[in-house]
Ligand binder design. Structure first.
Ligand code: P61
Length: 456
């Protein structure tokens, strides 16, 4: 059969509340034109994030009941630890309440003024945790990855030559760590090839720089390797995952993505001394090392989710459902990041709204218009999230202005996605009437969460 179906049945449902266009106009105004400040109940289809929004399986819910809530030495921890070790091969597994808590610990230990951290692209929380220590976060995405309309198999790759040049210029002693984000969330959910991971690892090892994986979407990345990289056609997803981690010295993970849970994360690593320091900090900020920032039941659900996410039928459906939305709107002329990535369709707001300059936040304007049109919530990944000011106070735009429509795992059906496509295409037909926004309030770090804006 040609039709790829959801490889699950639905046992429990939640209502969707409908709003009128006039209501949504009012809601937007009240929210300061910032989609993060809209109440979830006022959203018809919520594509703000794929993080923590997965539907858990019956087996995960059963695991919730099975959770061992002992303070120390919980059985659930050992199940969690065993599963993570089997996949990553790392020696020390440290549970945290979510991804950024793992980042906070890692970068507090390695960071500081005068240090440089390098990556294909750091996600915003990672970048913020680095900058918070006084260090600099530097991205080396390939030119391919910065070209939205270009179709290429591994647009998440790091530019190895640029990285080598940077290491030679700054000195390896000033670069405590290199991180590869798989898939590359800020760059369109694009995968990183095994070859690129291997070559990055070789380069880093030559200079004694530890390589870490930001592993949030490791299974989706592995599926792309299987489908697109020569030599992996017949490899199992597990073996691809294991090979990928074998090139690294550690990872940070937000379990809220590919572990199919609503909360959780971990730091995993091989260095005994660093692991000891990390555990000491964990005790101060998160909790005892056999629960971190989590309950025993959360550890059970993560362990179960990490097994389920490796199912190839699931990954086939998952990647196809993203591609399906991308195909529909692309055929209608909507400019998107090509090809579609692992967890989201990214609209190219620069091409969608060429009349709105970056300092007027084209991505935010587009998000708000899509919400107004059909109650669909996406997230801007562009000047609001990543824009900076130079010494003269001028706005410095990031290379891409995107709107991400992130698809929660196992939550929406095909007709929900058809509805989203219709809303996007309708918005595209009205594009010339969409207006830019200006900032009314911004916080000094991660400003997009709380910013208030007004349409021009
Ligand atoms: C997301 F609007 N991502 O994509 P935590 N690394 C990577 C992530 O994608 C990531 C984290 C680390 C989110 C949630 C989110 O401004 C935003 O478990 C590649 O969320 O701490 C999270 O993992 C951090 C959305 C985060 C945002 C920050 O939607």
């Amino acid at each position: 059969m040609k039709t790829i179906i959801e490889p699950f049945k639905i046992k429990s449902v939640e209502p969707i509340y409908f709003t009128s266009r006039a209501q949504r106009q009012q809601i937007l105004e009240t929210a300061g034109y910032n989609p993060f400040l809209i109440k979830a109940e006022d959203v018809i289809i919520d594509l703000l994030t794929d993080s923590g929004t997965s539907a858990m399986s019956a087996k995960q819910w059963a695991g919730i009941m099975e959770g061992d809530e002992s303070y120390a030495g919980s059985r659930s921890f050992f199940r969690f630890e065993h599963t993570v070790k089997k996949l990553t091969g790392f020696d020390f597994i440290i549970p945290t309440h979510q991804g950024r808590a793992a980042e906070k610990i890692l970068f507090s230990l390695l960071g500081g003024a005068g240090k440089y951290f390098v990556s294909n692209t750091f996600f915003d929380t990672t970048r913020a945790n680095i900058e918070f220590t006084g260090a600099e976060a530097v991205d080396f995405l390939t030119l391919e990855g910065k070209t939205p309309a270009l179709v290429a198999p591994f647009k998440g790759n790091i530019d190895i030559d640029a990285l080598a040049h940077f290491i030679a210029e700054k000195g390896a002693e000033n670069i405590p760590l290199c991180m590869l984000t798989v898939t590359n969330n800020s760059g369109g959910g694009q995968p990183v090839s095994m070859q690129n991971v291997r070559e990055t690892s070789e380069l880093c090892r030559r200079y004694g720089i530890p390589l870490f994986i930001d592993a949030c979407r490791f299974a989706e990345n592995a599926f792309f390797i299987k489908k697109r990289e020569k030599g992996y056609e017949n490899a199992s997803i597990v073996s691809i995952v294991q090979e990928l981690f074998s090139y690294a010295d550690g990872c940070t993970m937000s379990a809220k993505k590919d572990a199919l849970v609503n909360i959780g994360g971990f730091l995993a690593l091989n260095d005994t001394y660093l692991a000891q320091q990390a555990k000491n900090m964990l005790i101060v900020t998160e909790g005892f090392p056999t629960y971190g920032g989590l309950a025993g039941r959360d550890l059970e659900a993560i362990a179960q989710g990490l097994e389920e996410v490796l199912d190839e039928e699931y990954l086939k459906y998952r990647i196809r459902s993203i591609e399906y939305l991308g195909e529909k709107i692309h055929h209608a002329g909507v400019p998107i990041m090509m090809p579609t990535g692992g967890h989201a369709v990214y609209l190219d707001a620069k091409a969608f709204l060429p009349h709105i300059p970056p300092h007027q936040f084209p991505g935010v304007a587009l998000c708000n218009e899509i919400y107004l049109e059909g109650g669909v919530r996406g997230v801007e990944i562009g000047s609001l999230m990543f824009g900076k000011y130079d010494a003269a106070g001028r706005h410095v735009a990031p290379p891409l202005e995107l709107v991400r429509l992130a698809i929660p795992r196992r939550v929406y059906t095909q007709s929900h996605i058809d509805y989203v496509a219709e809303v996007i295409i309708e918005t595209y037909h009205k594009k010339q009437y969409i207006k830019g926004h200006k900032m009314a309030y911004e916080a000094p770090l991660l400003r997009h969460f709380t910013a208030l804006l007004v349409p021009l």
